[in-house]
Design a protein around this ligand. Sequence first.
Ligand code: NAD
Length: 508
Amino acid sequence: MKARKERKTVFDESMEAFYRAAELIHLHPRVRLELEEPDFEHIFHITVETRDRLVPLSPAEEAQFRELPASSVKAGEALEPLANGQFVLHRRALLKADVTLREGVLRIPKRGLFRIEKGGPKKFKAYRIQYNQVRGPYKGGVRFHKDVSLDLFKALAADMTWKTAIVDVPFGGAKGGVRIDPHAYSREEIERVSLRFIYKLKNLIGPYLDIPAPDVNTNPEIMALMMRQYMDGERMPHAMRGVVTGKDVRIGGSEGRKKATGLGTVYCIQEWARWRGKSLEGSRVLVQGFGNVGSATAEILHHLGARIVAVQDAYGTVYDEKGLDIPALLDHCYSNRENLRRSVDGFPGAPSLSASDFWFLDADIAVPAALGGEITAEVADRMKVKVVAEAANGPTTPDGDEVLRARKIDIIPDIICNAGGVTVSYYEWLQNLRMEHWTEEEVNQRLERCIKANYSIIRDVAQDAPQHAASHDSRPFAIGQETDMRTAAMVLALKRIEAHYLLEGFSQ
Ligand code: NAD
C-alpha cells in the first residue's frame, strides 16, 4: 500500500477506492505502480489580450462622485455585460459619446458609477493531465474554473481512466483546463483563451492521441473553436473532427451528446429503482447544479414523472414541495438573455431557500451535479434521501461516503453514474472517423444498453451474485465476497485495465 501522507489531497482521497479494489483483486504490483500516478502531467501558461473594463464602484466610493454628470455612452453591444457585474468597454462605445471622466470614473445612465480598468495581456495557468492510455487514446474534459489545480486534475483524469473502462469504450483517461473565472471575461476573451489553450496543446492531442470534451464552464461552442484551432492549416482537416467531442451536431457532434451525461444518470437511477422495487413516478428529487448535467437530469426525470423539489446552483436555491416546473426553470436559465449566470436565482415560479438547508430536505433521490467534495460527513449525517446518484465527479468525500454507507443510503458512484457523457463521446468519435451520422434513437438505445449492462455488473459484483444474463455477464468480475458499489465499480475498471497489461505485457 502507498505510504499515506499526513494531510490527504483531493487526489489521495479520490484514490482510496482504487487501493481498496486493488487489494481485493490482488492487482498485479506492476499494474498498480502504472496506475498510481498519471503518465504525463502537462502544466503550462497561456497569455491572451483582454479589453478595458467598467468596474462598478463600491457604495463607499460612490459618495465622492455624487455630483458626477452622466456620460452619454452608447450602450448595447458596445458595453458588454459580464456575469460578475462588470462591463467590457469596446472602443466603439465611445464613438460620438459625450463623456465626463473624473479620476477614471464615469456615470452610465440607468447603470451607475464605474471605474475604467485598463485591459492588456493576462497570463493563466493551464493543465492537461494524461493519466493512462493502455486501453486507447487519452480522453477527458476541459474545465475553466478559478479553483482548479494539478491535484484536482490528477483526480479527475484518474476518474476518466476508470470510467472509460467501466463503460468499456476503447479510451484511456485525461483531464485539463484553465485556472480562470469565466464569469469575469467576455465571450471574445474566452474564445482567445480556448484557442490559445489548444495552440499550446497541439502536439499533445489528436483523434488517436488525446481527445478533449466539455466539462464545467466549457460547451459545444468552445469545442468548435478548439477543433478549428487544431485543424487549421492541416491538409486533411476532415479526418480530424474526432480531435474533440461534445461538438454541435451540425459540425460533427453526435445526436444525444448534449443530454448524454444526464440520461446516463437517469438510466442508473432507473436500474437502482428497479432493483429496490421503487417507482420513479412521484419520487422526490434534489438536484444540485443546473448546468449541462444537472439540467438534463432534472428535465428527463421530470418527464418520467418524478418531482424535482429543489434545485441549487452556485447563486441560489429554489424549492417547491409539489415539484418545480422544470420547463419554466429551463426557460428562466437558458432562454432569458438577461440571466447571464444562467442561474436558478430569481426564478419567479418558486420561492428561494437558504443554501444550507438544501441537502437536508425530505426527498428520495439526491443528484449532486455540480462540483466535487459537497457531501461531507456532516452533510451525509443529516441527509434524508434513499439514494445519492453522483452525476458530478467526486461529489462525496471519503468521510461522507462512510457515513452514507453506515446509514444505508445507497450510492450510485460517479464513475458509472456520469459515464453517459464519455460513452456518447465515443459514439461521436466513431461517427467522425466513419463519417456517419446516427439518429438520436440509435445513440440513446446504445447508451441505455451500455449503462444498464455495466451498472448491473457492478451491482452483481457488490452483492457477490455473479450471473450470465441476457444483458450482461458479471462472472469474470466477481471477487467471492460482497462489497460496496464504489469499490465494485473500481473492481470492474481495474480488471478490464489489468487485462491489457497482463495480456499485452510491458515494453521494457
Ligand atoms: P456546467 O458548468 O454546465 O454546470 C455547473 C453547475 O454547477 C452550474 O449550474 C453551477 O452554477 C453549479 N455550481 C457550481 N458551483 C456550485 C456550488 N458551489 N454549489 C452549487 N452549485 C454550483 O458543468 P457540467 O458540465 O454540468 O458539469 C457538472 C458536473 O458533472 C461536474 O462535476 C463535471 O465534472 C461532471 N461531469 C460532466 C460531464 C459533461 O458531459 N458535461 C460528464 C461527466 C461528468
